[in-house]
Design a protein around this ligand. Structure first.
Ligand SMILES: [Zn+2]
Ligand SMILES: [Zn+2]
Length: 806
């Protein structure tokens, strides 16, 4: 009996070797017909013997290609048509694109084997790829995903590559970025004035330069990295200086897990993530003796001249701990941080450089301080010439910039801190559908935007802090690109309530035919977490972060919300405190410390004799007087209930960090010294505040906590003990407020969101205690708990409010 079946599959089915896979499967079962990419996914028409068609369908369902994600699949039985053979048809274009674009995939084991096989025609070819690996999202200009719609369209395949591309038995059958040294992209080495450096072998020259301590900009998958020898203190400090990046940790690329183990603790889950095809930066706990101690001034001995020539393996220059033999990372790599961001090589170029140089490399985004990562060649040269000594460039254009993703394992689960390369643009799939297409604009820090339709929320890659023209341009370009790729023309725009955010201004500047919905920052945080956990009932939301604009015009950030997807009630918050100098208080935690003290002791804080021995405060005595005047006269001192600011203030009180140069720096330091053995906490008060409409909210009085910290300081209690007692106090506060809310509202589900929960000690201890008290706790998995996740919450809230309006 002949049987004919049409199948359409949606999801991530393009750029993952789906058509070759279908071709081979159909041929195996002697079926005829065709397979074709179209704008909604893959379309298959097969016919053949009844049982063979059934077996074909079973195989497709049981073992699709490794990187494919089939979200929907539809089958239609039709009368046989008499196809002669099975072919891959030209792609068809439909009016609307509903397919998904595959994220970039790290080099696969098969390609790696060929890369280092001296007999292979792609030996040491830095652009080797196949249907299972290589660039995708960053080279796609349009869909369907065909070579002509990628930046590979400029390269004409040679005879050999073309044969592979058309050979159903080849791993490169219909591999769109297929290339080889004869026909594909080429490397070039430039100096920082843009002139070509004459060399037969740019990679081996770059290896030598890196071994000599030089800083090299390397064009990667989603943009330029700036690389230097991670074990060379001088190179690392020089890079910091040139990049105007004072303390923010650098990520390091290491050859393999064995190397990573020398410097960091790696558990099974972390190892899986390091080796995953996404190849994110994984934050790993540093081994206590992995870095050169801060107070030891280490001057590296003169470098042993590396062996030159051949471009193969060089003995890398190394120096060890004074008097010892172990390899040590400079203190400067990730100062005052318990964690080190580590990734393994993910492009063929990385693999060759790391292997042949024998180095571990700092691989930091190619940008100056907070600008977006450079990805166009001319722009990179212009912007990075003051940082890099040399540029390793190539002629395959990057169409969409995309930074490295950052993840961390907490309680044996992957948590995403920056969702970008390898993850974007795969959507978050929701159980509820959006009634209309929505664009949500995100917040200010760590911005992402989100385009949503149907059950899909396409959360963008990491855009960055929206504070300069470059980032704003990259934001607007990316929004247009996503709109085109996923055929989403938003009818609704959601934005943050902060009137000064550039994302808010962008939203409000859109044409009037698009409805605009303002969403409170912390409500968006809670709903982003609810959305990815597929909850749509009322929850107790705990949103702790730096700052978010509140309904009352104050800066919120230590919030307890009783929330659902469309609205919330502010059920509790940290007591307000002024931020003297406004934004300046974010950069200078010592201002917060003074504000907490002033709030309690007035100008008597001089009598506390707290800062007498602290050099920093002595140096700021003049400013201190001005600050006290500001506070007493309530000038330029907006009120905040931020938990992030409380962590800042305590870090400064303990003389750990008085000014910061990246978000969360003071809190990271406070966490880094915690004595985990300490279980006691400080006392605190919780007052009930009866508001309008008789609603009761809890005001958390932090004053007793600060008072006890000062007492402990007077008693010369060790800072790690104080830090632990402080962390434990926050845990107890949350526990108590949640218990009171459970009693009054009958809600058992607690949702945790906001950047403060990146603090592993606080998060783990809190989750454990909440669970012990019978709460069900929800936290983030797929999207960041920091402001990078805000756009998802905004989109869902807007969608939900639309439903109630319809
Ligand atoms: Zn491959
Ligand atoms: Zn070729």
């Amino acid at each position: 009996m002949l049987k004919r079946m049409q199948i359409s599959a949606n999801g991530v089915v393009q750029g993952v070797g789906f058509r070759p896979y279908i071709y081979n499967l159909a041929t195996r079962f002697s079926l005829s017909g065709f397979v074709q990419n179209d704008s909604s996914g893959v379309f298959i028409d097969v016919e053949g013997c009844d049982s063979s068609v059934d077996e074909f369908l079973t195989c497709l369902a049981k073992s699709p290609p490794p990187h494919a994600i089939i979200e929907d699949i539809h089958y239609t039985t039709l009368p046989p048509k008499g196809y002669k053979d099975f072919i891959i048809e030209e792609s068809a274009i439909k009016e609307t694109n509903t397919t998904m674009i595959c994220a970039d995939i790290s080099t696969c084991p098969d390609c790696l084997k060929e890369l280092f096989d001296t007999m292979d025609r792609r030996y040491r070819y830095p652009f080797i790829n196949c249907t299972n690996c290589g660039p995708r999202f960053t080279i796609v200009k349009d869909i369907p995903y065909d070579r002509k719609n990628t930046t590979m369209s400029d390269f004409r395949m040679c005879h050999d590559c073309s044969s592979e591309y058309h050979d159903p038995q080849s791993r490169r059958f219909h591999a769109q970025p297929n290339a080889c040294p004869v026909c594909g992209p080429q490397l070039m080495l430039l100096n920082n004035e843009g002139f070509t450096v004459q060399t037969q072998d740019p990679i081996s020259t770059v290896c030598t330069l890196l071994q000599d301590g030089k800083i090299v900009a390397v064009k990667g998958l989603g943009g330029y990295h700036i690389a230097c020898d991670a074990l060379n203190s001088n190179a690392v400090s020089l890079l910091r200086k040139r990049k105007y990046r004072e303390d923010k940790p650098f990520a390091v690329m290491m050859e393999n897990i064995e190397t990573v183990n020398k410097f960091c603790f790696v558990n099974a889950k972390e190892e899986t993530l390091l080796l995953s095809t996404q190849r994110p930066i994984v934050l790993l706990k540093k081994k206590s003796d992995c870095t050169i101690p801060h107070d030891v001034s280490v001057h590296p001995p003169p470098l042993t001249p590396p062996t030159r020539g051949g471009g193969k393996t060089f003995p890398p220059p190394r120096w060890g701990r004074p008097g010892g033999g172990a390899e040590l990372l400079p203190h400067d790599i990730a100062p005052d941080n318990l964690y080190l961001g580590v990734m393994l090589p993910y492009t063929p170029l990385h693999h060759i450089i790391i292997k042949e140089s024998g180095l571990s490399l700092v691989m930091t985004s190619g940008n100056v301080s907070d600008e977006p990562i450079a990805y166009k060649d001319n722009e990179a040269l212009e912007r990075l010439k003051g940082i890099a000594d040399y540029f390793l460039v190539h002629d395959r254009e990057i169409f969409m910039r995309c930074d490295d993703s950052v993840v961390k394992v907490v309680e044996d689960k992957e948590t995403i801190i920056r969702r970008s390369r390898g993850y974007a643009p795969f959507p978050v799939r929701l159980q509820y559908a959006f009634p209309k297409p929505v664009l949500s604009c995100g917040a200010f820090l760590k911005n992402t935007f989100c385009l949503a339709r149907g059950n899909h929320a396409f959360l963008s890659h990491h855009i960055g802090d929206l504070e300069n023209t470059e980032t704003m341009n990259s934001y607007e370009t990316a929004i247009e690109h996503y709109k085109r790729l996923f055929s989403i023309e938003p009818e609704v725009i959601a934005y943050d309530l902060h009137p000064e955010y550039l994302s808010t201004k962008y939203a409000l500047a859109q044409k009037d035919t698009i409805s605009k919905i303002g969403v409170q920052h912390h409500h968006a945080h809670i709903v982003s977490c609810m959305a990815e956990n597929n909850i749509n009932h009322k929850v107790i939301g705990v949103a702790f972060d730096g700052l978010g604009y509140g309904d009352d015009g104050n800066f919120w950030g230590g919030e307890f919300l009783v929330a659902d997807l469309s609205g919330y009630e502010r059920a509790g918050h940290l007591d307000y405190v002024p931020m003297p100098g406004g934004e300046q208080a974010i950069k200078e935690p010592w201002r917060m410390a003074i504000s907490y003290l002033y709030h309690m002791y007035g100008t008597d804080i001089h009598l506390l004799r707290l800062f007498d021995t602290q050099k920093f405060m002595k140096e700021r005595n003049d400013t201190l007087e001005i600050l006290l005047k500001m506070l007493s006269r309530k000038i330029n001192s907006p009120l905040t209930s931020s938990m992030g600011r409380l962590f800042d203030g305590v870090a400064s009180l303990l003389d750990l960090q008085h000014s910061v140069n990246y978000e969360g720096q003071a809190a990271v330091k406070l966490e880094s010294i915690v004595d985990e053995h300490i279980i006691e906490h400080y006392p605190f008060d919780i007052n009930s505040n009866v508001g309008t409409r008789c609603s009761v909210s809890f005001i958390i009085q932090w004053q007793p906590v600060i008072k006890k910290i000062i007492e402990d300081m007077h008693h010369k209690t060790a800072s790690p003990t104080i830090s632990a007692r402080f962390h434990n106090s926050i845990v107890e506060i949350v526990l108590q407020v949640c218990t009171m809310l459970r009693d009054s509202k009958g809600i058992d589900d607690v949702v945790l969101s906001g950047g403060v929960f990146q603090n592993k000690f606080l998060f783990s201890r809190l989750v454990k205690k909440l669970k012990l008290q019978g709460f069900t706790v929800y936290s983030h998995k797929e999207v960041p708990c920091n402001d990078g996740g805000i756009s998802l919450g905004q989109a869902v809230i807007a969608g939900e409010r639309l439903k109630t309006c319809v």
